[in-house]
Design a protein around this ligand. Structure first.
Ligand SMILES: [Zn+2]
Ligand SMILES: [Zn+2]
Length: 187
């Protein structure tokens, strides 16, 4: 599965802040159709039923931007009056991860975070350990390391996961103002 589709010509450093809130992105219908085709083939391959619920979950995921956990996804579907069970949400997510249509992350919290991945540029994450903000960045050197290590150790590398943890500027600023004494007023 080629994750470098589209936008791979970009060099240099790009950071994109992703709000964790359930913000709705505009749906790319062509991409969604492609994703549906891949999912259908996967379900057929595994002899699984092509239920409306599974496709509704897939659509909901591709309508979202940023990262979400299973509870946020479930709540989003309920809000739109889509009737699905939690169990179906869980097992559909597993199928989508298996197929490379969704990536699963552990950002140092209990619940795993997910995001759509088909046709989106591969990226890595910086996570604030205070406010749990997740910022995405893309550095082509990481892809270079992946290729080099694969060649060197004779691995066909399928994917990678790189998370950097730290304290963001906002949290450091907040800590500085709350711990330093109020500035003296001199006359
Ligand atoms: Zn922070
Ligand atoms: Zn991400």
């Amino acid at each position: 599965m080629d994750h470098s589709l589209g936008g791979s010509t970009e060099t240099g450093y790009a950071a994109r802040h992703t709000p964790s809130a359930a913000s709705q992105a505009t749906l790319n219908t062509d991409r969604l159709e492609e994703v549906k085709k891949i999912f259908t083939a996967h379900l057929e391959n595994k002899g699984l039923r092509k239920t409306a619920e599974r496709y509704a979950i897939l659509e909901e995921i591709y309508a979202r931007s940023g990262h979400f956990d299973v509870e946020e996804l479930y709540a989003g579907m309920k809000e739109r009056n889509l009737q699905v069970s939690r169990a179906t949400v869980y097992n559909t997510l597993d199928l989508l991860v298996e197929q490379g249509l969704v990536s699963k992350h552990q950002f140092g919290r209990n619940l795993a975070q997910y995001e759509k991945s088909y046709g989106y540029r591969q990226h890595d994450h910086v996570i604030c350990t205070e406010c749990h903000k997740v910022v995405e960045f893309c550095d082509p050197r990481i892809h270079g390391i992946q290729t080099m290590v694969g060649d060197l150790l004779n691995f066909h590398i399928l994917h990678h996961s790189l998370n950097l943890y730290g304290i963001c500027g906002d949290c450091r600023a907040k800590a500085a103002t709350s711990t330093s004494p109020a500035p003296e007023v001199t006359k």
